[in-house]
Design a protein around this ligand. Structure first.
Ligand SMILES: Nc1ncnc2c1ncn2[C@@H]1O[C@H](COP(=O)(O)OP(=O)(O)OP(=O)(O)O)[C@@H](O)[C@H]1O
Ligand SMILES: [Mg+2]
Length: 634
């Protein structure tokens, strides 16, 4: 009999022992046996390790102790055994309870055991999968949070495309920026966000191609919203690949940076304007310096010329020579004046001016410069707001513009001068807009930035000095306005001046009559240039004044101590520690009653002085000097 074979017994015992060892060695698995009712009959080391009961403590107890109260109340232990019995096997994942009451996540398999067709119990294998479960939960949670994050982000459109470019996901940012709800857009091709011309150009496809081959595509450009409006977008496309490197789609991030772009454009514009105004300031200082020296020279010429004129007798040749010199000095004075207008940033004789009236009053002057083939048309609003400007500068500016228009139309044409009130955003406020429009050759793009520069001209030598528009520029800026150009080659040019509407201050009505009043008394002439001084002294003498001349401010103050001075007539720009303006201040402090007249060919200090003292512009004529001195008496 087999049963009696002792060797077989040993073999079986060995095998059972080995099996026992095997079961106990599986410390990661709780393996136990239950009888058909669910009482524990067998218990391995793994079970002890995982659940905390020693075999002696648990054998004989019902397996439902491993279940939570909740599960027990729900009848889970019974269901488990019944299912195992009916189906041969029951598998479940869930929370189980250790001896110490703590819970662990388990994966349980219960197999029904039959012998000769009869149920003899259950084999139950339990794994502690708490760690794996937690890791899984953490992953799920982070994925969930990530999904929430992506879908909740509203500043960015974050979405995915399949490899063909069809949209497979959509977030709140996409909806906010582009206007589509997820249901409207998922499944559509992303090229619909591109402008029609970009679409025609094949840009969407190219973008995906670049992302795929280089690993990233980045761009700024116009995109289209659902409602058809455009926005300036910053776009990034990244390819997404699986573990094997196969392309599974694209991640696309789009931001609406329209506002940022606009701010940037504005900044760039401001920087350009700043650079422009710095250039103009530098040129202004340069030209102002030249004008100052030049005016002193002109002052000498014209001063002595007037003396010559008075004493030259009746020789007609002399008379012609003097007239020619006078003419040339006038021309020189006009040129330096243009330079000065450009270099000065504030006006010398501001007055309240009605623009339409002024334009109408110079119509003849403008017309006379135009010639037969060119027609002048005025289009003046009946009621233009008053502006504050220097009338003669204004007239000169108009003449300069109209002459330029004429020169641009060698075959003839029409020059229109218009004036109207406008409400403006940039610059903001109320302005009177004055335009001079021609139908001439236009201005090339590479030239248009330079036309206001002093001495910039495209005209042949002797035809243009390049100061016309510099004068216009200077005049406009002194009056607090702006000047702009619009031009198209072959079509014509429009130069528009905007002058700010004047406040309600009272009109300054001043008459400029070339009238000579002789004076009397002693003038203290302060002038560092002896030639200019002698020319000025000559004019003063002719007007009937006695003259005492000093070359600097200090000597002037000494001279005043000696009494007998009725008027001080001083240059502003002088070498030495004190200029004419400081001298005037010093005199005013000491001799408050003493009238002071200042003169200058150019000075930045002139602006400060202007508010306190009358200023005579060099070169001055005898009647201007006479009037300025006469006005001091009032
Ligand atoms: N209406 C216009 N049409 C075409 N080009 C113009 C016009 N106005 C000005 N320009 C261009 O701008 C340049 C500068 O003009 P600006 O009036 O300062 O000087 P100019 O006319 O050349 O000389 P000036 O006025 O001193 O006699 C001109 O040489 C011309 O090239
Ligand atoms: Mg000109």
């Amino acid at each position: 009999m087999q049963d009696d074979d002792p060797t077989q017994d040993t073999a079986q015992l060995d095998s059972e022992r080995n099996f026992r060892l095997l079961l106990d060695g599986l410390v990661d698995y709780a393996i136990c046996m239950l009888d058909p009712k669910g009482y524990v009959t067998n218990w391995n080391t793994g079970a002890e390790r995982i659940k905390g009961y020693a075999a002696s403590e648990i054998i004989g107890r019902h397996f439902s102790v491993f279940y939570t109260v909740r599960d027990r109340e729900a009848g889970l232990p019974e269901t488990a055994l019944r299912t195992a019995q009916e189906k041969g096997k029951f598998e479940i994942e869930g929370w189980r309870v250790r001896k110490d009451g703590t819970e662990f996540r388990s994966f349980v398999v219960i197999d029904a055991l039959y012998e000769d067709g009869e149920l003899i119990g259950f084999a139950k294998i339990t794994r502690d999968i708490t760690e794996r479960y937690k890791a899984q939960q953490a992953l799920l949670e982070s994925e969930r949070q990530f999904r929430l994050l992506v879908s909740g982000v509203t500043d960015y459109a974050l979405y995915m495309l399949d490899p063909q470019g069809n949209i497979v996901s959509w977030n709140a940012g996409g909806e906010r920026i582009k206007g589509y709800a997820p249901t409207e857009i998922i499944g559509q091709h992303f090229s619909r966000f591109y402008t029609p011309s970009d679409q025609a150009d094949g840009k969407p496809k190219r973008a995906l191609g670049i992302a795929q081959t280089t690993g990233r595509y980045e761009e700024e450009g116009w995109r289209v919203r659902k409602d058809g409006t455009f926005f300036w977008a910053s776009v990034v496309i990244d390819p997404i690949r699986d573990d094997t490197g196969k392309l599974i789609g694209f991640a696309k991030i789009t931001r609406d940076i329209t506002e940022r772009r606009e701010a940037q454009i504005k900044l760039e514009k401001m920087q350009r304007q700043l650079a422009e105004s710095q250039k103009m300031d530098a040129l202004g200082q340069l030209t102002g310096g030249i004008a100052h020296d030049f005016n002193n020279i002109l002052m000498i010429v014209s001063g002595h010329l007037q003396t010559l004129k008075r004493s030259m007798g009746a020789d007609p040749r002399l008379a012609r020579a003097v007239q020619a010199i006078e003419h040339a000095t006038d021309r020189g004075a006009t040129l330096t004046n243009q330079l000065l207008t450009f270099s000065r940033r504030q006006q010398v004789n501001p007055e309240r001016v009605d623009v339409s009236t002024l334009v109408r009053s110079v119509r003849e002057v403008l017309d006379s410069g135009l010639g037969r083939d060119i027609k002048l048309e005025l289009d003046l609003a009946p009621q233009t707001w008053p502006v504050v400007a220097d009338v003669s500068e204004f007239e000169t500016a108009l003449v300069n513009l109209v002459i330029n228009a004429r020169d641009a139309m060698p075959m003839g044409g029409i020059v229109r001068v218009t004036a109207k009130n406008i409400q403006c955003n940039e610059p903001s406020g109320e302005f009177v807009s004055i335009s001079v429009v021609d139908t001439g050759v236009g201005i090339a793009n590479d030239v248009v930035g330079k036309i206001f520069d002093p001495f910039f001209t495209t005209k042949p030598v002797g035809k243009g000095t390049g100061l016309g528009l510099s004068q216009v520029h200077g005049f406009v800026h002194q009056a607090g306005g702006t000047v702009t150009v619009e031009s198209e080659i072959g079509k014509g040019t429009q130069i528009t001046i905007l002058l700010p509407r004047a406040g309600t201050e009272r009109a300054q009505t001043e008459m400029h009559m070339p009238q000579i009043t002789s004076g009397s008394g002693t003038v203290l002439l302060v002038e560092d240039n002896p030639d200019v001084a002698s020319a000025s002294a000559e004019l003063l003498t002719q007007l009937g004044y006695a003259v005492r001349w000093v070359a600097d401010a200090e000597s002037a103050l000494n001279e005043l101590e000696r009494n007998g001075i009725d008027v001080v007539f001083s240059d502003i720009v002088m070498p030495g520690p004190m200029d004419g303006f400081s001298l005037a201040e010093a005199i005013k402090a000491k001799f408050p009653q003493l009238p002071i007249l200042l003169t200058t060919g150019y000075s930045q200090a002139a602006q400060e002085a202007l508010r306190k003292y009358p200023i005579l512009r060099k070169p001055y004529r005898i009647h201007e000097l006479s009037r300025a001195l006469a006005e001091l008496a009032h």
